[in-house]
Design a protein around this ligand. Structure first.
Ligand SMILES: *[C@@H]1O[C@H](CO)[C@@H](O)[C@H](O)[C@H]1NC(C)=O
Ligand SMILES: *[C@@H]1O[C@H](CO)[C@@H](O)[C@H](O)[C@H]1NC(C)=O
Ligand SMILES: *[C@@H]1O[C@H](CO)[C@@H](O)[C@H](O)[C@H]1NC(C)=O
Length: 506
């Protein structure tokens, strides 16, 4: 209103002055929040250090494990049939570039040995300086990265090895003998890949186009601090051949433009942004920016193939009471038998005993008293701490649920221990994975219902399904056999594609 009138004018000016006061207070409040937040970031910036660039992780020295995998091999009779869906990409089309450092090599190489298949894979471990190489260790070729002392690095928290690591894709591309490569896949020396699932994921994409594929951090703050559009390096990421080619032509210039960035993966993302290529998110790559126990995450894996695990020195061993490497090696049996199904969750109920079951195939089975709905069980329980070592439910870029506190709702956990095969009437091989009870004291529960405490083992029957991911994503279904069929100390469960009309309900 353009009416100029004295008295309303003074009211207006009164209003203006109170508005000014209000604005001033608001500004002060906002700046305070900002200061507190920045302080918080600064104080926590030490814990930002290990972000991806594994070389800066002060890792606990992992017990090195000299036993060989013969025990596991015993279990694996028929190897998984070669998946028929890989029309475009197979393992030999992937060139791996592994970021490693000489100082941690002796421990970290044990992680690489867990997944590397010398006769089937191509790749190079890039180090900062020479290390002693033993013959016949079955590791990838080791090379020393080019001299990067000419590049500026101005981040106070990080380490300039980030520049060297960022250039791995370009350096690998310039090597001889990369004919027929469709994809360059980067990982850290503490990344463990489930390579058959990596192939499954990459096969979905046309390697003749520009693709930058990977996943985010679990930590919301890390994603804010770095980017929600960045492939975290430790979880591993893939770059298609033509994109790698385009990158190599501009990367050195690009890196010079971002001396203040922290790591190698944010430098990579900066160059991807210059190329205009967004991140294609595949949630099976796992950076695992968490501390403590991964159980909650591994027991409720998203409905997508498990591609990688990272920060294995930071988290507890994934199976109790064994070393980290031994624990991971235990996954070999299920991985070989049915990699597509590894860690895939299924949820079912025992009607007579009123128990809920959550199966993470090849890893663990949980029994809960009473009914937990699928929408609860498919959320990871917070058995882990955030990247700032706190229990904080707002910390994650996805939904989580609290660990149940009620003594009757504490799950009975059964960890995978062995795998065998059996055949059906139509002589098809079926995997039988056995899970044994994690013996921890169960709190006293006063509910008048059957206690799962007497159950000692669980057996899960599942037909290998290498073509699982050619179909639209859907959780498998599971069915609990009746007590009569297996006796009182065990439970037998069948896992497989849901039948017509079958859903997870009591
Ligand atoms: C590895 O396996 C072979 C035969 O399977 C055995 O002779 C050897 O002792 C094993 N090595 C270790 C370190 O367990
Ligand atoms: C790296 O290059 C710089 C000059 O750009 C040189 O001074 C330095 O000695 C080189 N380092 C190595 C290890 O070759
Ligand atoms: C852990 O392993 C050790 C040796 O392998 C064994 O003596 C001990 O009983 C195990 N503890 C549990 C809780 O299984």
């Amino acid at each position: 209103m353009a009416t100029s009138n004295r008295s309303p004018g003074s009211i207006t000016s009164n209003r203006v002055s109170s508005l000014t006061k209000l604005m001033a207070w608001l500004i002060i409040a906002i700046s305070m929040t900002y200061v507190v937040y920045s302080l918080n970031l600064l104080l926590n910036s030490r814990s930002c250090l290990p972000v991806h660039s594994s070389n800066s992780v002060k890792s606990s020295i992992m017990a090195s494990d000299s036993s060989n995998s013969s025990q596991i091999r015993k279990n694996n009779h028929p190897p998984e049939k070669a998946p028929e869906n890989h029309k475009t990409t197979s393992l030999s089309h992937i060139m791996f570039g592994i970021a490693a450092s000489a100082s941690l090599w002796e421990q970290r190489k044990e992680y690489i040995k867990l997944w590397w298949r010398p006769s089937e894979m191509r790749g190079v471990v890039w180090l900062d300086r020479t290390v002693k190489i033993k013959r016949g260790e079955g590791l990838p070729t080791v090379k020393i990265s080019g001299n990067t002392s000419g590049f500026a690095y101005k981040n106070r928290q990080g380490h300039r090895s980030a520049i060297r690591i960022s250039r791995i894709v370009s350096e690998t591309l310039r090597l001889d003998g990369i004919e027929g490569v469709h994809w360059f896949v980067m990982g850290d020396d503490d990344t463990v890949f489930v390579v058959d699932n990596l192939v499954r994921i990459l096969s979905k994409y046309d390697h003749n186009q520009f693709y930058y594929i990977g996943s985010l951090s679990e930590s919301h703050l890390q994603n804010i601090y770095f980017s929600y559009g960045m492939a975290y390096g430790g979880g591993g990421f893939a770059i298609s051949y033509p994109l790698a080619k385009a990158l190599s032509k501009m990367q050195d210039r690009c890196i010079q433009r971002y001396p203040g960035l922290y790591g190698s993966d944010d430098r990579m993302q900066a160059c991807m942004a210059e190329l205009g290529v967004p991140l294609t998110k595949e949630p099976g790559f796992h950076q695992y920016d968490v501390y403590g126990n991964l159980f909650g995450l591994l027991a409720a894996h998203p409905v997508t193939p498990l591609v990688s695990l990272h920060h294995l020195d930071v988290v507890e061993p994934i199976f109790p009471n064994v070393t980290r490497v031994e624990a991971l090696r235990r996954l070999h049996g299920p991985m070989k038998a049915d990699s597509a199904g590894l860690m895939q969750q299924s949820i079912c109920y025992d009607r007579t005993r009123e128990w809920s079951f959550s199966v993470s195939w090849g890893y663990a089975v949980q029994i809960f008293r009473g009914v937990f709905s699928p929408r609860e069980l498919e959320m990871p329980s917070r058995t882990f701490l955030n990247w700032y070592r706190r229990a904080d439910y707002t910390a994650y870029a996805f939904n989580t649920r609290p660990v149940s506190r009620h003594p009757c709702q504490k799950p009975f956990v059964f960890y995978f221990d062995s795998l065998r095969y059996t055949t059906t009437h139509d002589t098809q091989a079926i995997t039988v994975t056995r899970y044994s009870r994690h013996r921890v004291p169960a709190p006293e529960c006063r509910w008048r219902m059957v206690s799962p405490a007497k159950i000692e083992w669980i057996e899960v029957r599942k037909k290998p399904d290498p073509l699982l991911w050619n179909k639209s994503p859907r959780r498998n279904c599971c069915r609990v056999m009746t007590e009569k069929e297996v006796g009182a100390k065990g439970v037998s469960i069948e896992v497989g594609e849901c039948r017509d009309g079958e859903i997870s309900e009591l």
